[in-house]
Ligand binder design. Structure first.
Ligand code: FES
Length: 104
């Protein structure tokens, strides 16, 4: 059963940007896509572990800052550059706060 953990408040991440979130042993890239839409994936590119949180957001995908693989944030899988997927984290918004679900 996943555990919801508070990670930040809405408004702390500008629209179409990502932020690195550390929660226990997990490092997450949390993205604000605008209109209260947030998506979260593991902050390690499936190519060579590039920090996806620092990438360029395009629609519901992000370009890795290292070698520009494009990762679909809804599926966690690469859609250009190569093949591979990263873990996704469910996101919940409540009372202006952002929660992520972690498997314990
Ligand atoms: S590490 Fe992300 S594209 Fe190479």
């Amino acid at each position: 059963m996943p555990t919801w953990r508070l990670v930040t408040e809405c408004g702390t991440i500008p629209v179409r940007e990502g932020r690195r979130v550390i929660c226990g042993k997990e490092e997450v890239a949390l993205f604000n896509l605008g209109a209260d839409a947030y998506l979260a994936v593991e902050n390690r590119c499936p190519h060579r572990q590039g920090p996806l949180a620092d990438g360029i957001v395009a629609g519901t995908s992000v370009y890795c800052p290292l070698h520009s693989w494009r990762i679909n944030l809804e599926t966690g899988c690469a859609i250009s550059g190569g093949e591979g997927c990263v873990k996704r984290y469910p996101v919940k918004i409540a009372d202006g706060k952002i929660y992520l679900a972690f498997d314990d």
